[in-house]
Design a protein around this ligand. Structure first.
Ligand SMILES: Cc1cc2nc3c(=O)[nH]c(=O)nc-3n(C[C@H](O)[C@H](O)[C@H](O)COP(=O)(O)OP(=O)(O)OC[C@H]3O[C@@H](n4cnc5c(N)ncnc54)[C@H](O)[C@@H]3O)c2cc1C
Length: 382
């Protein structure tokens, strides 16, 4: 077992770290405050090849793997989570379903633009009435001649309403299985299709420089050929996508947790109270030591899950463990980093205030902490 990075992985991590510090850090607070999408940052990330990291070169990718994506996400989130979640959702939720399940024609149509970062795609699973219980999907798609007619709505869909959003994949009920359960399928809906409406962006607590919308489908017609993979495979498809996505969200959470350590060390050395730097107090040192301990162990958990996935082994339980642990410690670290910053930690101009606001969603998105526990317990045979 060797968790040391190869030279290539270390170089990727270094270049993303430098990009995050030099390009993202100076501009992101303004975007965060104004709730604007950082198009120029995203464009530059596209040029760096980040959107193509885990995809084969024949489809316009960089020929890397999912672990490379995770390393990039960790370094981005160490500085800012809005940008990191934009990349995570674009790659693991947006492009990956097309890459994994699409026909050659669908891949040729969508992947070049998605993998270069010129276009973004959303993943429409959650609905206003159902999230964790995805089998409760209400959105319906009926085949009418050579078209699907879609009716329903989706909630909280990332990257679904930017100026460069090209399409969303939508999970819909397309019939009834022999056992009486819902037949779920995934359908590609291009942006601008009549009957597909994108609501104004949500007013969010965190990730305010990322793009999230409610979507409605009102007799929305798309060609029958927009079915992704086989009819009735929707359930299996999103389970696979979410299993992988948990490793990516864990990496993002580790990045946020590590960013809290970075900022706390800096502040603890600068800030003086009672005639000395606050970092000379063992109470502060122990807080920072515990934060580092948490970031480090959560990193090992996602490295392990990614290694199993790439080896073609079962990784469901390990991905759930990594996501559950990393999101929990990200919230812990954000709380402690804010505490170390005192009143300034409550001011939006300090990165830790952003980390604090961005941390909570990590325990909710792509499967809540309760759902992760359900997955782990089930995998243990309970
Ligand atoms: C900013 C943001 C971006 C998002 N992006 C996307 C996206 O791109 N695509 C997408 O499809 N979705 C997206 N989501 C949705 C997200 O994945 C869901 O919010 C999440 O899965 C939880 O679903 P829910 O909100 O419906 O909560 P619910 O499922 O209603 O759960 C409410 C509470 O009940 C708990 N609960 C539910 N069932 C059980 C049980 N059996 N046992 C114990 N506790 C239970 C949950 O853990 C939670 O605490 C996003 C959400 C946000 C906020």
């Amino acid at each position: 077992m060797d968790f040391r990075l190869t030279d290539e992985q270390a170089a990727l991590r270094e270049s993303v770290r430098e990009f995050a510090r030099e390009v993202i850090a100076p501009v992101i607070a303004e975007h965060y405050e104004q709730h604007t999408f950082p198009y120029e940052v995203i464009r530059q990330m596209g040029k760096m090849g980040l959107f193509g990291l885990p995809f084969a070169e024949e489809h316009g990718g960089m020929g890397g793997d999912y672990f490379a994506l995770c390393l990039a996400l960790e370094e981005l989130a160490r500085v800012d989570s809005s940008v990191a979640i934009t990349l995570e959702a674009a790659v693991s939720l947006g492009a990956m379903p097309i890459y994994r399940f699409g026909t050659e024609e669908q891949k040729a149509t969508w992947l070049p633009r998605l993998l270069s970062g010129e276009a973004l795609a959303g993943f429409g699973l959650t609905e206003p009435g159902t999230g964790s219980d995805a089998a409760g999907t209400q959105t319906r798609a009926v085949l009418d001649g050579d078209e699907w007619v879609i009716n329903g709505s989706k909630a909280f869909i990332t990257n679904s309403g930017t100026d460069i959003t090209a399409m969303v994949t939508v999970t819909a009920v397309t019939g009834t299985n022999p056992d009486g359960s819902k037949e779920l399928s995934t359908i590609i809906v291009p942006t601008g299709t009549p009957g597909f409406t994108v609501a104004p962006g949500y007013s969010k607590v965190g990730w305010t420089a990322s793009d999230t919308h409610e979507l409605t489908f009102d007799d929305c017609r798309v060609p029958a050929a927009n079915l992704l993979g086989a009819r009735g495979r929707g359930f299996a498809q999103f389970l696979r996508i979410l299993d992988e996505g948990r490793i990516a969200i864990a990496a993002l959470a580790v990045g946020l947790a590590q960013g809290c350590v970075d900022e706390s060390i800096k502040y603890a050395k600068e800030r003086h109270a009672f005639g000395r730097a606050i970092g000379t107090n063992q109470a502060i040192q122990f807080k920072i030591a515990d934060m580092e301990l948490k970031a480090h162990t959560a990193r090992l958990a996602y490295y392990d899950a990614a290694a199993r996935m790439l080896a073609g082994e079962q990784f469901k339980r390990q991905a759930a463990i990594a996501k559950l642990h990393a999101s929990t410690i990200a919230v812990d670290n954000a709380r402690e980093a804010t505490q170390i910053h005192g009143g300034y930690g409550f001011m939006n101009e300090y990165p830790v205030a952003r980390f604090w606001r961005d941390s909570k969603i990590l325990e909710i998105g792509e499967g809540t902490s309760e759902v992760q526990r359900m997955i782990i317990a089930r995998d243990l045979g309970l």
